[in-house]
Design a protein around this ligand. Structure first.
Ligand SMILES: Cc1ncc(C[n+]2csc(CCOP(=O)(O)OP(=O)(O)O)c2C)c(N)n1
Ligand SMILES: [Mg+2]
Length: 391
């Protein structure tokens, strides 16, 4: 099949299941660090844009530290759920580079709109990693101030945040905050499955025609729960952008350097008034969709193993070692920090106070509403009905 060919020309052929390669072959993958830890000086995107990074040794070590910490904290959260301390957890395992790379590419003034899996971006925004655990423990509704950290609340409704981000980005333009180096931009995170949602396609249209300063950051982790990528698309996802009138690029989402470079460029283009773009971070969900899911029911072990060889952290470690940017003492110190922070996280989760149930009505609207008052009163009557009973 020719490159860029949506695949097949007859109805009969279109109906046939297509190989994964046809839907998502690795054409035009922007990569700056190979799975073996070799640095590539620069990489060219499909529109000729040249991507490169120029980090100091300290910054390289900092990225490695971020990757290890977010993986460890994520593993701790999964363990806490398994022990009944969280209701649910959506692990980022395997997606650390896409999240840390893009998260570190954000400038202070940029606004991020996450799904429920963006714990790595949250970490990069300087939010205490305890925050999403309160949400998944069911003791609060997120807890951080989106305006303070420029990181919106987690969104579980698939794709909805792309519309919120589009509206926000249109607002940036209306406020006259695009066109300069210190202009603002927004970034919307979503998954491969979300690209089939009406909301996401509507967001593409609005962002495009209003030239909104927005980066659509799709983490293509190959699955939407149990549905593989080939059930979402017959063209590589980044190529969809062309149909909406803005650029699209596919980056190696397991490469923290390339993820950083493409996101930084896309955000800077947006803040300078060049409108939206789509980044497809080509990655893999190494774990289950959430702790309620059993991926062994729908994917084979050899597929997971093939992605283990592309591990986002192992390649940075290999690079740091080869270039002698970090030594054994550094790696041991990072591991020790990760261990300490995860123990601290666990202790804090276990000591989280259970809120009074009626407080769930408190933050629905800033100034309340008569309907809410009615519901609160009804709920209070319901709770009182248990008094003195066996419950
Ligand atoms: C509108 C809507 N439909 C269905 C769901 C149920 N659901 C939760 S996660 C998910 C799959 C999302 O897959 P993807 O967009 O690839 O993101 P990933 O979980 O892989 O990060 C679905 C269908 C939902 N939360 N919202
Ligand atoms: Mg997915």
């Amino acid at each position: 099949m020719a490159k860029g060919d949506p695949g097949g020309t007859t109805r009969g052929r279109r109906a046939a299941p297509r190989s994964k390669k046809g839907a998502a072959g690795n054409q035009e993958l922007v990569q700056l660090l190979t799975p073996d830890g070799e640095r590539i000086d620069s990489a060219t995107g499909p529109d000729g844009t040249e991507y490169r990074v120029d980090f100091t040794d300290e910054e390289y070590r900092g990225l490695y530290r971020d990757l290890v910490l977010v993986r460890k904290l994520d593993a701790e959260a999964t363990a806490l759920q398994r022990q009944g301390e969280l209701g649910l957890w959506a692990s980022l395992l395997g997606q650390e580079a896409a999240q840390v790379g893009s998260g570190r590419a954000l400038r202070t003034q940029d606004m991020a709109f996450p799904t429920y899996r963006e714990h790595g971006v949250l970490y990069c925004r300087g939010i205490d990693p305890i925050m999403p655990l309160g949400l998944f423990r069911g003791v609060d509704q997120g807890g951080w101030d989106p305006n303070e950290f420029k990181f919106n609340m987690y969104t579980i409704v698939i794709g909805a945040q792309t519309l919120h981000a589009t509206g926000y980005a249109m607002g940036i333009t209306m406020d006259g905050k695009v066109g300069t180096d210190d202009g603002e931009a927004a970034i919307a995170y979503f998954g491969d499955g979300a690209t089939s949602q009406g909301d996401v396609n509507e967001a593409f249209v609005w962002a495009s025609v209003f030239n909104a300063p927005l980066v659509f950051f799709c983490q293509n982790n190959q699955y939407a729960i149990s549905e593989p990528l080939e059930r979402q698309t017959r063209v590589p996802l980044y190529q969809r952008a062309a149909g909406f009138g803005f650029p699209g690029v596919r980056v190696d989402g397991n490469d923290v350097l390339a993820s950083y470079a493409v996101t930084r460029t896309a955000l800077d283009n947006a803040r300078h008034g060049q409108g939206p773009s789509l980044i497809e971070a080509y990655t893999y969900r190494m774990g289950a969709h959430t702790t309620s899911d059993d991926p062994t029911r729908y994917r084979i072990a050899s597929e997971v193993e093939s992605w283990q060889a592309k591990d986002p952290i192992a390649r940075v470690k290999a690079f740091l070692e080869k270039q002698q940017i970090a030594d054994a003492a550094f790696f041991a110190e990072v591991d020790e920090q990760a261990r300490r922070e995860s123990v601290h996280l666990r202790e804090r989760v276990l000591s989280m106070p259970n809120p009074e149930p009626v407080t769930m009505f408190d933050n629905v609207y800033p100034n309340g509403s008569p309907l809410l008052d009615e519901q609160r009163a009804q709920f209070n009557r319901y709770m009182e009905s248990f008094e003195g009973s066996a419950h």
